[in-house]
Design a protein around this ligand. Structure first.
Ligand code: 1CP
Length: 351
């Protein structure tokens, strides 16, 4: 829990991170900017490559603002990607249309010579310029969330060279040569601290650390590759910027959430769809903010099924420090009207 300065609490989104319950709860959605929005698809087609879009402060700021204009979310999330960090370090990343990311894989310590923190300056600076623009352009009451991928999740893409369902390349490397893999995790941890500090200095109000593949590790490896590096990032950010809450998203790790919270010191956790509401309530009662956890597919389905689940989640989390969100990102097939319906429904909670 953070002791936030009173003027920061003008942004409703930030209040749960000082342990406060807010009615109705603040709402934003993971991947709220993206392909489900026609205005995103239009701008994306004009921008060239996906990374060109991430490194264009004017266009990235515009894409961040699109869902805020449409839906008036309580928070905007910087438009970028977790793979900006390996790209800036020197492992160039490509996004093939409709295929997801492609990297030349790094599978052992020898490959780390391609990476250097000193390479990152110019690309990180472009992302920070996007943040600075957004700080000026966003409505005063809208918080801006900065982010990075957690070292473990980013390492899975670097080792595999693409997305994978089992993260085998990183898991195998970590078993075969823990010291070599630790060197990669250390580089990513340091780069993440520099990157997040830059985003905060440029104006973000809170940070989210996306650990999308946290759920693929056994207990000891979860501590070593998820909890310890995240703890280091959280403690460095807290030392430098005590007023900026940090949210962790260890997806797929509902059973280890308490370990994660106690071990990392995050101010809030984002819970995936599989996390029981009873677990979210238990965490909320300790004063840690909880975010989540509607199934993104219900946002495709819409109708009564969507309304009912929104009501159930809001009812369960009443009186607790809670932010409404999905359990994972919006999928491209989502009808934009269903997002408006969700926001309206959340805003009825507690009325
Ligand atoms: O336009 C396009 O075709 C690209 C689609 C796209 C978008 C809109 C990608 C490629 N990244 C993004 C933006 C993005 N990515 C944001 C922006 C802010 C917002 O939420 O609106 C954020 C926070 C991310 C984070 C991200 N990227 C994660 C963590 C969250 C998650 O979804 O689990 C991950 C794993 C990535 C990698 C990535 N980038 C893009 C894709 C398709 C993927 C997944 C690849 C895979 O695993 O197969």
């Amino acid at each position: 829990m953070r002791d936030l300065k009173p003027e920061r609490l003008d942004k409703r989104f930030l209040q749960p991170f000082s342990g406060k319950a807010v009615a109705p709860p603040p709402v934003w959605l993971m991947r709220q900017a993206g392909r489900y929005l026609p205005e995103y698809r239009k701008l994306r087609a004009e921008a060239g490559s996906f990374l060109d879009l991430c490194y264009s402060p004017k266009l990235a700021a515009e894409v961040t603002l699109q869902p805020i204009r449409r839906y008036g979310f309580d928070a905007a999330i910087l438009f970028s990607d977790i793979l900006v960090v390996p790209d800036a370090l020197g492992q160039s990343v490509r996004f093939a249309e409709g295929e997801g990311p492609r990297l030349d894989p790094i599978k052992s310590i020898a490959g780390l010579s391609r990476l250097a923190l000193s390479n990152t300056h110019d690309k990180f600076a472009l992302v920070c310029e996007t943040v600075a623009r957004l700080s000026n352009e966003l409505p005063r009451e809208t918080a801006l969330i900065g982010f990075c991928g957690a070292p473990w999740t980013v390492a899975t893409y670097m080792a595999e060279g693409k997305g994978s369902s089992d993260q085998a390349a990183a898991r195998s490397w970590a078993y075969r040569d823990p010291a070599g893999f630790a060197a990669l995790i250390d580089i990513l941890t340091e780069a993440s601290i520099v990157y997040l500090s830059g985003q905060i200095e440029a104006g973000v109000d809170a940070i989210q650390i996306f650990d999308s593949w946290a759920g693929s590790l056994a207990e000891n490896e979860f501590t070593r590759w998820v909890v310890e590096p995240t703890a280091r990032i959280v403690s460095e950010i807290r030392k430098r910027h005590p007023d900026v809450p940090v949210i962790g998203f260890p997806r797929g790790a509902a059973a280890s959430l308490q370990t994660y919270i106690a071990g990392t010191g995050v101010d809030g956790v984002s819970c995936d769809t599989s996390c029981p509401l009873s677990v979210m309530q238990t965490i909320g009662r300790t004063g840690t903010a909880v975010q989540g956890n509607l199934d993104p597919l219900l946002l495709v389905t819409g109708g009564d099924a969507l309304d009912d689940r929104v009501d159930t989640i809001c009812r369960a989390m009443t009186g607790l420090p809670f932010v409404f969100n999905l359990g994972h990102g919006i999928v491209p097939e989502t009808p934009p009207d269903n997002v408006a319906r969700l926001v309206a429904r959340v805003r009825l909670a507690g009325k």
